[in-house]
Design a protein around this ligand. Structure first.
Ligand code: LHQ
Length: 255
């Protein structure tokens, strides 16, 4: 069975972690396939990417059987995880993590690397690293405190509680929580809405937020101005202005 599946339907790409009997735990093959499909997504005409898991979980993090084998050089192995984190952040289109069931360890890190998290009521986040005597990785110390604040981040990392969907929403770890039965419909709706938006602008929003996370205000302002120059010269801006004047919905073309 392929460890990861890829599908492009119209302008919606979907990457599915596909080791359901291991709760989609990530091994070397998964990481290589994930990275390849992220590259493929970047080169495709996709305007939104959905990242999800097959079966009852989103992803249980690193495959602990592989880790127990004792052959993993953790620092080198993390370079493969980090590559995937960077690819998600640098993908010039919105990434939606569709989280059903558990997202633990590096699986939670991947969900947090995404731009939008849609959770089903059955979703559970577990940082998990400390439970097995590991430090957080795959970007979680970048994303988590920015989403929930420093104090909460420490608590979630150090005590590693199970965070159910409703609490995840309250903490800022989820954009929306929907009933399990309504999940597919809501996912299609969110993906469709993002895919019909101004994709270039979505990519600039990602860049601007990442930049603002690590730069002082004066530099952020200059960066915003540089990005606005790009947006201002785009088809989608011209279309947005025309649609406003003509009192109709804009027909954005994206990248
Ligand atoms: C698994 C896994 C799994 C393999 C469930 N591996 N089989 C680490 C190391 C190196 C470098 C890079 O970075 C990292 C980062 C990390 O990701 S560290 C965190 C790793 N993940 C975890 O510690 C989570 C481990 N899993 C669990 O704690 C539980 O399975 C959770 C809470 C996720 C789900 O519990 P349940 O719903 O009760 O399911 P289960 O435990 O019965 O799991 C179902 C099957 O999946 C089971 O196999 P079996 O043959 O008994 O049916 C598990 O062994 C397998 N599985 N996670 N990470």
């Amino acid at each position: 069975m392929e460890p990861v599946k890829y599908e492009l339907s119209g302008s919606v790409a979907t990457i599915t972690l596909n080791r359901p009997d291991r709760l989609n735990a990530i091994n070397r093959q998964t990481l290589a396939a994930l990275s390849e499909y992220l590259e493929q997504t970047a080169a495709s005409g996709a305007r939104v990417l959905v990242l999800r898991g097959a079966g009852r979980a989103f992803c249980a993090g690193q495959d602990l059987e592989e880790a127990r084998g004792g052959e993993l050089d953790y620092e080198a192995h993390l370079e493969s995880y980090n590559r995937v984190f960077r690819q998600i952040r640098e993908l010039p289109l919105p990434v939606v993590a569709a989280v059903q069931g558990v997202a633990a360890g590096a699986g939670m890190s991947l969900a947090l690397a995404a731009d939008y998290r849609l959770l089903s009521e059955s979703a559970v986040f577990i940082t998990a690293f400390a439970r097995i005597g590991l430090a957080p990785d795959t970007g979680m110390t970048y994303t988590l405190p920015r989403l929930v604040g420093w104090g909460r981040a420490f608590e979630l990392l150090a005590l590693s509680p199970e965070v159910a969907a409703a609490e995840a929403l309250e903490l800022g770890l989820a954009n929306r929580v929907v009933a399990d039965e309504a999940f597919e419909e809501e996912l299609q709706a969110v993906a469709g809405l993002l895919a019909s938006g101004p994709t270039l602008v979505h990519s600039l929003i990602k860049k601007a937020l990442d930049y603002s996370a690590t730069h002082p205000a004066a530099e952020v302002l200059a960066y915003e101005a540089a990005l606005q120059k790009l947006a201002g010269a785009s088809h989608d801006h011209r279309e947005g202005l025309a649609a406003f004047a003509e009192k109709r919905r804009p027909d954005f073309k994206g990248r």
